[in-house]
Design a protein around this ligand. Structure first.
Ligand SMILES: [Zn+2]
Length: 471
């Protein structure tokens, strides 16, 4: 009697397990939302502002010429235009897969309003009833746009080397609409005479170099902000063949580019640059849609207990209807909790999805949330269980950079005795004694990539544990 009872319990348990695994309706627990940037089609500059920039850059060029400091006078222009690298990069210490998406290309249709033709003969551009046709490429931050701006997560870099012919800083940088404010910007002339405008920078981020100074290829010249006429943090990148400003350039080559035949990119990205911007885990619903310009509450977390509800989010760019997205939640023993696919139903420049589950985390250790889209796979590690972060005991201590490649630095006002590095299974990897080597830089170059815990112990036996990622 007793053994029958036990068997039936086991059988129902097995049925129940199969039920959870195979009848999981992923769409039922999925939230899927588009993020639309600049829906109001706000021109990045007024006509008067654009004219004023042309006057200012040319006044500066004449002044530099008088001082014999003009790097590229007309007689020295060489024929070939520069080949640009992408003007945005993620700052060190952040780990999104990508931080931006494109909201608008140059408009090649001179009619208006709503007469739109981008270089690829599509309509990923805008114009205005005032007669303005978009003259640049708009690249907006995605996801968590205000957090990214506040953290200076996306840097604006010189797409080609050249000379600074004007710059402007000090303007309000949390614009949400058309306000006639000036933007913070840097203007660079290249050795063929061409000029690049980098606009909407964050207040105080503009390079400290002066007009007349040279910038190298890839040099950081600011960070992305929302100064000037703007609905959120983005870069407006506008190009002219020279400072007479008679010939605008669309850096993208394509069948409907009526301005220039060839691409100005070293490597031109596809029209739909489909891919993954971030794969994150959250302790609650991520708050993406704040009232402009309120920073988002991301609720990002990588440390959970077995009983927690975990939100699994994927932030994509340029998703195209019909595309497949592959998703997996992988346990510490590499078996799958869930492994499924969804099909994109709407083409959009930015979109996010999240799913949430509770009561299913049956192993402690390092889990993975993995997304494959646009030919790339991004794997996000998170911890479930015993080794989660303890309460801060040495409150004045912090570690950086995190993620870390070669050295992990400890910043503290305490006198430290030792530190230990553990892997996510709790295995001791390395012990550092600070009285023997009184440095606060820990060499992590020899440990393999992954998630680790650093326990720091002070001379007064205070302890604190940090999680860090070795890259
Ligand atoms: Zn723009």
């Amino acid at each position: 009697m007793k053994s029958n009872f036990t068997s039936s319990i086991i059988i129902s348990f097995l049925l129940l397990s199969f039920g959870i695994t195979y009848s999981q309706d992923f769409n039922a627990v999925m939230t899927s939302v588009e993020y639309k940037f600049n829906e109001d089609k706000i021109p990045c500059l007024t006509a008067a502002q654009r004219d004023a920039i042309k006057v200012e850059t040319n006044n500066n060029i004449e002044q530099l010429r008088l001082e014999n400091k003009l790097a590229f006078p007309e007689a020295n222009w060489r024929g070939g235009h520069p080949l640009f690298i992408w003007p945005l990069q993620q700052a060190a210490g952040f780990n999104y897969n990508n931080t931006w998406a494109i909201s608008g290309y140059v408009d090649h249709n001179s009619a208006y309003p709503n007469q739109l033709t981008d270089y690829n003969c599509g309509t990923r551009t805008y114009d205005a009833s005032s007669g303005y046709n978009h003259q640049g490429v708009d690249m907006y931050l995605w996801p968590f746009i205000w957090n990214q701006m506040d953290n200076s997560q996306t840097e604006i870099i010189a797409a080609a080397p050249g000379q600074i012919i004007a710059k402007h800083d000090g303007e309000f940088d949390r614009s949400c609409n058309f306000n006639n404010n000036l933007w913070n910007a840097v203007y660079i002339q290249h050795n063929d005479g061409s000029v690049a405008w980098y606009g909407h920078m964050k207040n105080g981020s503009v390079t400290t170099k002066n007009v007349g100074d040279m910038v190298a290829l890839g040099e950081v010249i600011g960070t992305v902000g929302s100064s000037g006429n703007s609905t959120g943090p983005h870069l407006h990148f506008e190009i002219y063949t020279n400072n007479s400003y008679t010939q605008l350039v669309d850096p993208f080559s394509g069948p409907c580019n009526v301005l220039n035949a060839d691409s100005w990119w070293e490597t031109q990205i596809p029209y739909n640059y489909s891919g993954i911007n971030a794969v994150l885990t959250h302790s609650a619903v991520p708050d993406i849609f704040t009232t402009c310009p309120t920073p988002e509450t991301s609720n990002t977390s990588d440390d959970f207990d077995t009983g927690d509800t975990i939100y699994f989010a994927a932030y994509l760019r340029d998703q195209v209807s019909g595309d497949n997205i592959h998703l997996s939640i992988i346990k510490p023993d590499n078996s799958y909790l869930y492994d499924w696919d969804i099909t994109v139903t709407t083409t959009a420049s930015s979109w996010y999805y999240y799913w949430y589950y509770s009561g299913v985390y049956d192993q402690e250790g390092e889990w993975k949330w993995e997304v494959t889209y646009g030919g790339e796979t991004v794997s996000h590690s998170f911890n479930v269980g015993a080794l989660s972060i303890e309460e801060a005991n040495i409150e004045t201590t912090s570690i950086y950079p995190n993620p870390s490649k070669n050295y992990l630095n400890i910043k503290t006002t305490k006198t430290l005795a030792s530190a230990m590095i553990y892997d996510v299974s709790g295995k001791l990897i390395k012990t550092i004694r600070f009285n023997e080597a009184p440095t606060h830089n820990i060499d992590v170059s020899n440990i393999s990539k992954g998630m680790y815990f650093l326990k720091v112990i002070s001379n007064e036996s205070e302890q604190e544990t940090f999680k860090f990622i070795k890259q």
